[in-house]
Design a protein around this ligand. Structure first.
Ligand code: ADP
Ligand code: ASP
Ligand code: MG
Length: 603
């Protein structure tokens, strides 16, 4: 008899009729010979409604009381679903997170799961009962037994964690779309269903705005090798499989907290090419990376930061063997990019052959503002200067002097208690393993950008800034440190720009401004009208030209790129907020992701 964990999201249990339909599906699963643990979300938009009630009373509710309030939503749906099962003559019992023993840290509104007690679950399962568990909630380990919640969208995390703790055969996430699609069908109805996606790709997509699965759920599935499927609540179609490689066995104790960082990765076979002072207008990046792609030159990191005046800098890294040809492409293009062709002081190519890239990776850093700061301060304490920084929510990469690489690896492995491994290299996989260059696209409209001008270029500055933000609870998403060094009062400086949730933008500005005089920064500027559009795919590691195609699609729409940041398997661009949806559609089309079938999401 197999054990299956099923999770039903808010829309799927939004009405009595839908709850009855869920009960029928659960019962059918039992009748097919399985034991079933069901995790449910609050009905429909209940949680949003509760958040609004709190906001009507105060704009600074206590986080403990928010948990007390929000955890009630799930308690309604577990009771109703259990009654619906009883009405269909199916034995069942509902349990809150506390009753199960979903033990979390005592961090209200964003608690991580430490362990799940399974004795009571096993007892009810052996009695032949379906167990209906409240998603999104847990209980603190402290003697006060505080009710905690896992953060919005947390029922996915509850379900996958239960599947891991129980060693379930699979975890099925039932939702209001047919599975994981190439992008959000609410924004692009031509988005197509995927049969499968790797957990690495899904982790990036989820953290870049695809809310169909919570990234923490994907990470648990990957870490514990949980078979994960996303399916429609309305049909019997198979949905999408999220594929993970067989993991190393790991203890269930400290489930979500053991390591915020899974790995330290490095690559010493890298060189950096930078184009400085190129005009800030649509089409420039498309042209540069288009030329490189034509010559089959594969680029790795691409970084474009904020601009000053009407020019930008773009830096990219690649394997050493391609340097001469890439430099030639850049040098040939630079004069044509000058805003004023006779002005030779502009558009300059710079090459750095002595660099290494070092990264920390892991979904444990999501919503943990201190992790990037800890990386920067560990490097600073070892006297290692950071040149470029490029981040996603699940990865922070820095370029450093190649001489410092061994020390940096040792320092970071020690700081995060993990082992190191070289980055995946650019040799193409065999035909049978061929993976698409771009699997999906995502849009995040909820971010703001903060730019700090003229940050002194010496070890420890990034550490100070992001440590300060972390102590104020501000989670930083994409961080970009610019290539260009500018002399201010005889001192080399760089600009640092980063994105944060819109709600945190003013706090971030105030925190950084308060430190500006002491640390010697210039202005701090906030822009809330931004959108981040991204593409994700493992195949892009091996395929030159993916970035070029993305930039071209955007430039054909006349969209200007304000920031670019990449990791091995994703490319993100910051554009004006008003252009976000157009940008997403253009990029989705450019990679042939759109299909003829249209997905309409039920209300
Ligand atoms: P649930 O309440 O079932 O947890 P969510 O609203 O959290 O559902 O997630 C499902 C929604 O995620 C879909 O309705 C869709 O609008 C959105 N979504 C965003 N990106 C994607 C994607 N790539 N594939 C499928 N759905 C997506
Ligand atoms: N009800 C919670 C929310 O709306 C948790 C969830 O649905 O996953 O965020
Ligand atoms: Mg959800």
């Amino acid at each position: 008899m197999a054990l299956i964990v099923q999770k039903y999201g808010g829309t799927s249990v939004g009405t009595v009729e839908r709850i009855q339909a869920v009960a029928r599906r659960v019962k059918a699963t039992v009748e097919a010979g399985n034991s079933v643990v069901v995790v449910v979300s609050a009905m429909g938009k209940t949680t949003d409604g509760l958040v609004k009630l709190a906001a009507d009373i105060t704009n600074q509710p206590s986080r403990r009381e928010m948990d007390m309030l929000l955890s009630t939503g799930e308690q309604v749906s577990i009771a109703l679903l259990t009654m619906a099962l009883h009405a269909q003559n199916q034995e069942a019992i509902s349990l809150t997170g506390a009753q199960v023993g979903i033990v979390t840290e005592a961090e209200h509104t964003r608690a991580r799961i430490l362990k799940i007690k399974t004795d009571r679950l096993q007892r009810h399962l052996s009695e032949g009962k379906v167990i209906v568990v409240a998603g999104f909630q847990g209980i603190s380990q402290t003697s006060d037994l505080e009710i905690t919640t896992l953060g919005r969208g947390g029922s996915d995390t509850s379900a996958v964690a239960l599947a891991a703790a129980l060693g379930a055969e699979k975890c099925e996430i039932y939702t209001d779309v047919p599975g994981i699609l190439t992008t959000d069908p609410r924004l692009v109805p031509e988005a197509q269903l995927m049969e499968e996606i790797t957990s690495d790709e899904m982790l990036e997509l989820a953290s870049l705005g695809a809310k169909v699965l919570h990234p923490r759920a994907v990470e648990i599935a990957r870490n514990y090798g949980v078979t994960l499927v996303v399916r429609s609540s309305w049909t019997d179609e198979p949905g999408t499989r999220v594929i993970s490689p067989r993991p190393q066995p790991r203890p269930l104790e400290g489930l979500e907290l053991a390591h915020p960082v899974d790995a330290v990765e490095f690559d010493t076979d890298q060189v950096k090419v930078a184009l400085l002072r190129i005009p800030d207008r649509p089409g420039i990046a498309a042209r540069l990376f288009g030329e490189l792609a034509t010559q089959a030159l594969n680029v790795d990191l691409i970084i474009q930061s904020i601009h000053e005046g009407n020019t930008n800098d773009i830096a990219f890294t690649m394997v050493k063997a391609n340097l001469a040809r890439a430099e030639a492409v850049a040098a040939a293009i630079a004069p044509a990019l000058r805003s004023n062709p006779t002005d030779t002081s502009q558009a300059e190519v710079m090459v750095d052959q002595r660099m290494a890239k070092i990264s920390i990776a892991g979904a444990g850093m999501i919503g943990r503002p201190g992790v990037a700061a800890h990386m920067f301060s560990s490097l600073a304490a070892a006297g290692i200067n950071i040149q470029l920084i490029s981040t996603s929510e699940v990865k922070v990469s820095c370029t450093i002097d190649v001489e410092d690489c061994d020390r940096a690896i040792a320092v970071l492995c020690d700081a995060f208690e993990v082992t190191s491994s070289p980055m995946p290299q650019g040799s193409a996989p065999t035909a049978s393993l061929r993976v698409p260059e771009v699997r999906g696209a995502a849009l995040d409209l909820k971010q703001a950008r903060v730019a700090i001008r003229h940050v002194p270029d010496r070890p420890g500055m990034a550490a100070k800034i992001f440590q300060l933000l972390a102590t104020h609870g501000v989670s930083v998403d994409m961080i970009i440190q610019s290539q260009r060094c500018r002399l201010v009062n005889g001192q080399a400086t760089r600009d640092i720009a980063f994105t944060v949730a819109q709600g945190d933008a003013q706090t971030a500005k105030a925190v950084v401004e308060a430190a500006a005089a002491e640390l010697g920064f210039g202005d701090v500027a906030v822009d809330e009208e931004i959108a981040k559009v991204s593409v994700v795919g493992t195949g892009m590691i091996y395929a030159p030209g993916v970035a070029a195609r993305m930039f071209k699609a955007l430039s054909q729409q006349g969209i200007n790129l304000q920031m670019i940041a990449t990791s091995e398997i994703k490319i993100s661009c910051v554009v004006a907020e008003t252009e976000g949806v157009t940008a997403l559609r253009a990029v989705h089309n450019a990679f042939g992701l759109a299909g003829l079938e249209r997905t309409v999401v039920p209300a």
